[in-house]
Design a protein around this ligand. Structure first.
Ligand code: NDP
Length: 265
């Protein structure tokens, strides 16, 4: 069988760990595939690139996830409802789109005993993940430092607050959905507010791939925590299932991707 080609498209894309994770899993599972990266500046060229390079499957990262949605011929029901795609499979010249960021994040949340969840941050990642949690029976409240980005959440029926208006009550899980702590040591919300929330919470999640000031503070309250590495691995393992037409299960692929990341660190 001819080697199948997979790709991640983004701008920038050089930081992506996806080639490492997927290539390691291909090798360990004996799958004849190769996963590379493509620095794509113009997202409207995505379909053309996939077809001309004969790419079997790809992931799409910032800023092209909306363009990826528009490029697809078929969408699964969740991707259709959220309007954003991060995984595409090509079959006979047709593109099939999925959102495995959201399904990956759902799996992370399912690892906690949580029903009432507070999001800090209201960007693109918060949008798709809030929707999938809601569809799966979780109560999601969304809080942000400024008002503008809360508008679409209000339209989708979420309870929303800017930080100044958020009344502290019991939330099982507090999630940092912002980029605060990614390249600085800032907290996503005022420290006093976080301390009051952590006193009552059962856990904390950060979507950033490392221990942020937010997670450090949660640990001071003895909360179980997860950083963004699990979300990264889970979205990758679910994408891998689509790429290989479900020849391999999530449970086989997930530990391999985790190992690939651990070996690199
Ligand atoms: P967006 O740019 O769409 O949204 C950013 C959000 O963060 C906004 O709500 C913004 O608030 C808020 N924000 C930014 N800086 C601060 C700050 N210093 N203090 C308080 N709030 C702040 O980002 P995305 O949704 O695309 O990404 C969010 C995070 O998710 C990133 O860190 C990204 O790396 C991570 N991510 C992780 C993934 C994984 O697999 N683990 C996958 C995808 C994303 P405002 O509206 O007021 O500007």
């Amino acid at each position: 069988m001819e080697k199948e080609l997979f790709m991640i498209f983004g701008d920038p894309v050089s930081h992506s760990k996806s080639p490492l994770m997927h290539n390691f899993a291909f090798r360990e599972l004996g799958f004849n595939g190769c996963y590379s990266r493509y620095h794509l500046k113009d997202g409207s060229k995505l379909k053309e690139k996939i077809l001309s390079l004969k790419i079997k499957g790809c992931n799409i990262t910032v800023p092209h996830k909306r363009e990826a949605f528009l490029a697809c011929d078929y969408l699964d029901s969740f991707a259709k409802s959220v309007g954003v795609v991060n995984t595409i499979v090509q079959k006979n010249g047709k593109l099939y789109g999925y959102n495995t960021d959201a399904t990956g994040f759902l799996k992370v949340v399912e690892g906690f005993e949580a029903k009432n969840i507070l999001f800090l941050g209201a960007g693109g990642t918060a949008q798709s993940t809030a929707k999938i949690l809601k569809q799966n029976g979780f109560n999601v409240t969304v809080s942000n430092r400024s008002k503008k980005r809360l508008e679409s959440f209000i339209e989708d029926g979420f309870e929303t607050y800017i930080y100044d208006e958020l009344e502290v009550r019991e939330f099982d899980l507090i999630v940092n959905m912002t980029s605060a702590g990614l390249s600085d040591d800032s907290l996503p919300a005022p420290k006093e507010l976080l301390e009051e929330l952590f006193k009552r919470a059962k856990g904390a999640i950060d979507v950033i791939y490392k221990e942020t000031p937010f997670l450090k503070l949660a640990k001071e309250f003895n909360l179980p925590t997860k950083d963004g590495v699990d979300m990264l691995i889970f979205q990758g393992a679910i994408a891998f299932e689509y790429f290989t037409n479900h020849q391999f299960s999530f449970d086989e692929v997930e530990p391999l991707m985790r190992k690939a990341l651990a070996l690199e660190l």
